[in-house]
Design a protein around this ligand. Sequence first.
Ligand code: NIG
Ligand code: FE
Length: 382
Amino acid sequence: MTLLLTNIGELVTQDDAVGIIHDAAVVLDGERIAWVGPAAAAPAADERIDAAGRAVIPGFVDSHAHLVFAGDRAAEFAARMAGESYTGGGIRTTVAATRSAGDDVLHAGADRLVREMRRQGTTTIEIKSGYGLSVDEEARSLRIARRLTTETTFLGAHVVPVEYQDRPDDYVALVAGPMLEAAAPHARWIDVFCERGAFDGDQAREILQAGARAGLGLRIHANQLSAGPGVRIAVELGAASADHCTHLSDADVDALAGSDTVATLLPGAEFSTRSPYPDARRLLDAGVVVALATDCNPGSSFTSSMPFCLALGVREMGLSPAEALWAATAGGARALRRDDLGVIRPGARADLVLLNAPSYLHLAYRPGVPLISTVLHDGVPL
Ligand code: NIG
Ligand code: FE
């Protein structure tokens, strides 16, 4: 089945920087894009959608989300807004709630968030485990995640669970050994929260190297709450992405600039923890590839909205609207090492979003407004 999307006022292909075509059309053939060009030259197709002069962009690629969990931490958020600071200590609250929830509850919760994301224009979602923290619970979370996405990430090294608090090295051995073995068949990636109070540089390196030996790609929660070794380890090990990147030294920025590691910025976390935002301008000016993602999770960033994160990137982090859109689409694809996403070109996945706006500029210009009209995922309208 072919589908012609025509009368597009502004098509943001992202193929060559922003790559805008006016009065454009796109033809989808099943799950792939088959043709892109001026509407006047478009070939015929089985079905047709008239964009009526509105803008079309690639679907958002949300390369960092924690969706498999139970429980609620709204009271923790309220306490932060009254002056408490975020430490990551609440992760254990979610671990307790997740362990006592049935598979159906965990799946339904994650599925609800995936639907919420799709309605807001996200067509690719990375989903992490990390609220189970035992061999069986991490494997269970990943089995649930795998029903919802192919971009699954094993995050057994989120924090040391309470039953291991007096012997963290035993927990590191468990994560790098039996837990990894149980998780690897369900995961594409491995991630570590490298931070004071979570895992130090040596522990992160040990776990990530074990993951690499098991065939997983590497990602890391790095330099979120304080300066530390996370970014340097990401670059040293060739990780696809270093995520957060809030507290960076000049050496960290230089290391990222000379690497294939993407800096994935998660401004929803700074918003929800009332923290200073990462400096996207500094990273881009140094030549670092930047992605934007939601970090959707019940503790530090309970937003599922890529348009919200894009607007924060523009207002608070020094990105131009074009740079922010690239980071939220093609940048996310780079962070997942995917060349078939985040662009509108023949051969790429048929993941597109029709906006209720004449230009992608409106995503940041009209923050908080539901501008997502039609979402096409795998060539199928939602
Ligand atoms: O990316 N930093 C660690 N993990 C999450 C927060 C998880 C939580 O607070 O539940 C993050 O911010
Ligand atoms: Fe995270």
